[in-house]
Design a protein around this ligand. Structure first.
Ligand code: SOE
Length: 387
């Protein structure tokens, strides 16, 4: 299909830091690698500082820039608003965008509170009736090895899930001299390691198992309580957790453990998931993201054992759009795979996933973790999760 044959989908981005750059890269490259029914066009970038927004738009490939996201709402050339701001503005932007008839992609965690997430999920449900779609950016669902893990679980290859061990470890805050930023401010980020990276392992667990986390018992800790101010002398208070550790129960009856830390020295982006089922096990590590380890327990003991699947074959999820077998994908490809799925769903008139309802489900777990940790790890059920 040539570009002129296809309907276009005007994309606007709000925010241009880490996630804004990742999403820009995805929107710029997606049409070159996937056969999309509609052609996404990066039309505008919004950022509060007009000068910085204009510079970012030029560098990241956006045709124009504005200094206020509200200016995107009545633009006819904008069909979708992609929210890459800190969590404290997600609800306001997403609800306004959906009300204005714009499809929405919103970064995770979807909101800073359950109340905000509920309002967003309700707005998304109403918008869907009008054909306006929404998706939350749990990008790791689009890592081929994790998507394959979900398929194998759904096919029953590891049987009923007994255990999930989910960790997400980073070390960029191990140095007490690392400066304060919005990610360390509860008002902006909602929580710390918990919402930033713990949200990913909660979603990955629910996605891969197809089950819900129904209750938790949790600990949270902040090891470095003051950090240097970024712009000038002195220190300021850290108001979020450095690490979260919690036990969970799954709706299928299995046991789960979760650990999220940004002070785990030596671990850079180690999202690890191990599942043990009645017929076998799966293991994944984002630091070796093209591999999935599979143990088939139905095999005889002479040959059974963990084997490495190099998830780069054209038959694997997403990989056929990219490079020849064995050449591998990276962190950024998950975002491109994500926006490809979003465009395909919008063009097909279908609700993409993860939905805002999925984002709300994760938010409820995050909230239960905080409630439990504030009460010495008391067992806390997740409202609405199937027991
Ligand atoms: C984005 O998906 C994200 O969660 C970031 O917000 C985290 O900070 C990053 O380290 C992992 O990816």
């Amino acid at each position: 299909m040539t570009s002129t044959d296809r309907r276009t989908l005007g994309i606007a981005l709000v925010g241009h830091a880490f996630m804004g750059r990742a999403h820009s890269h995805a929107w710029r490259s997606v049409d070159a690698f996937f056969d999309l029914p509609w052609r996404p066009v990066p039309v505008a970038l919004a950022g509060r500082d007009a000068g910085k927004a204009a510079t970012a738009a030029g560098r990241l490939g956006w045709a124009s820039s504005v200094d206020d996201w509200r200016k995107l709402l009545d633009r006819d050339d904008v069909d979708l608003i992609d929210i890459c701001t800190p969590g404290d503005s997600h609800a306001e932007i997403a609800i306004a965008a959906l009300d204005a008839g714009k499809h929405v992609l919103c970064e995770k965690p979807m909101a800073n509170t359950v109340a905000e997430a509920e309002a967003m999920a309700a707005a998304a449900e109403q918008a869907a009736v009008r054909g306006v779609r929404s998706m939350v950016g749990f990008s790791y669902r689009r890592v081929p090895a994790l998507a394959l893990a979900r398929n194998l679980v759904a096919q029953g290859r590891i049987g009923a899930i007994r255990h999930v061990r989910a960790v997400y470890l980073q070390d960029w805050l191990a140095d007490p001299g690392a400066p304060l930023s919005w990610r360390l401010d509860r008002r902006r980020a909602g929580s710390g390691a918990l919402g930033d990276i713990g949200a990913h392992i909660i979603d990955a667990t629910q996605f891969v198992t197809g089950e819900a986390v129904t209750g938790v018992s949790a600990l949270l800790d902040t090891f470095v309580t003051e950090r240097p101010l970024p712009d000038g002398p002195g220190h300021g208070a850290v108001t979020v957790d450095d690490a979260a550790l919690f036990l969970g129960r799954l709706s299928g009856g299995g046991l789960a453990s979760f650990e999220a830390s940004r002070v785990a020295t030596g671990r850079k982006n180690a999202l690890r998931l191990e599942l043990n089922g009645t017929h076998g096990s799966l293991a994944f590590d984002l630091e070796a993201m093209n591999e999935l380890w599979f143990h088939d327990h139905t095999e005889g003991p002479q040959t059974a054992g963990f084997r490495r699947i190099l998830v780069t074959e054209p038959e694997h999820p997403y990989t056929g759009a990219w490079w020849p077998a064995g050449h591998g994908l990276g962190y950024d490809h998950a975002f491109t795979n994500e926006v490809a799925d979003l465009v395909i769903a919008i063009a097909a008139g279908k609700d993409p996933s993860p939905s805002f309802a999925d984002g709300l489900a994760v938010q409820r777990v995050l909230d239960a973790v905080e409630v439990s940790a504030a009460d010495a790890g008391r067992w806390t059920a997740i409202a609405g999760a199937q027991p």
